[in-house]
Design a binder for this molecule. Sequence first.
Ligand code: HEM
Length: 407
Amino acid sequence: MAAGFDPLSEGFLTDPYAALEQVRPLGPVFFSPVLNRWVVTGYAEIEQVLLDPATYSAAEAQRALYPVCPEADAILAGLSLVPTMSNADPPGHARFRSVIVRALSPRRMAKLEPIIRERTSALIDSLLAAGSGGDIVAGLCHPLPAATLFALIGFPAEDGARIKAWCEDKIEVNWGRPSAEQQVRSANSMVAFLGHCRALVGQRRARPADDLTSDLVADERSLTDEEIASLLFALSFAGHETTTSMLGNALLQLLSRPGLWARVGAERALIPGAIEETLRYDTSVPMWRRVSTRESVLGGVVLPEGARLVLCFGAAGREPGRFPDPDRFDVERAEARRQLSFGKGIHLCAGASLARLEGRTVLNELADRMPDLRLSPDRVPRYPANISFRGPRELWVDWGVGRGSHP
Ligand code: HEM
């Protein structure tokens, strides 16, 4: 059973939960030869790992899942990224963490709220103007978090498409199984992406503006320019694909159950719970990684020093002992907030409040403006081929009368 476990297989990418159910009899920790890593599916064991950064290092979090070809390796060797956030360990991690937590403070979130609402409304205006149906990932779920984060950092709006393409390339090489040709393309994209971050730091040093990069540059005691560039690289990546996926997953779940969209529209107090339940039931980060620094015992299994782990948040969210009737999507589920999609402990997602704010805003605005939103018939969602970032690439929906204006 463990031998057949392949999270990059077509079947797993389409429905990971059926495959995860099949491996539950293997216990909370098992070795996957295909991944060449230990897979941790138990909720308690994942918590144990997340809460013990001395035994389980985050250094593995952003590495290529599979060895890359020599050409890509040579390009990546010149990347000189400083580990800043999700791949940094104590004590260095705390320095970057405090900077980012300040940057994403509740005060900044409160300032962002009306901007996010306005941007959401403008994107819905464009969708409505274009007809009575379309791909809501391209029209709203992607551009909203991307524009919000890039504006916060200081990237001009026109950089959006380029950064999205670079991020997709990074995902393929770090969390997928790409061909040698794709590895080279991805490695070049990462170098270009970091160069772009460095250029922004240089521009803001010369001429400050009202954005996060200017604040980081102005704080002389804090970080070097090279560290700021690496931080921007990490942040611009962490903060948009994940939220795009969460929005797509939430809409897919809410629209695929008869009457649920109308119910949530009529009872807006259900919206925060719908977002938490989406993160539990259909998480946008189904797997995340760690590597052990010493021998340890996890779920009764003795792990050697250097054991590479895949923490399966998707399985934890469906654990029967933890979440009663786990395969039922229930927007009123009280314990949904115990989902682990944002991690836990010292690396707990620094952007969780922003993601939740964007989720609430999108669902509220859509309920106001598109109360009759529905999935387009005969469209099956497709998912990207990687282990850690999951959401529909496209989500075709209709609104208003007729069958929509898309092909
Ligand atoms: C639904 C959306 C999101 C999900 C599911 C998500 C998930 C995660 C996960 C699993 C981690 C790693 C936790 C660990 O290693 O223990 C993480 C870390 C992080 N996330 Fe998010 N994230 C989301 C949105 C965002 C947003 C919007 C931002 C920024 C604006 C952001 C910024 C970060 C940062 C900076 C870290 C590193 C924190 C650290 O290492 O201290 N994330 N996130």
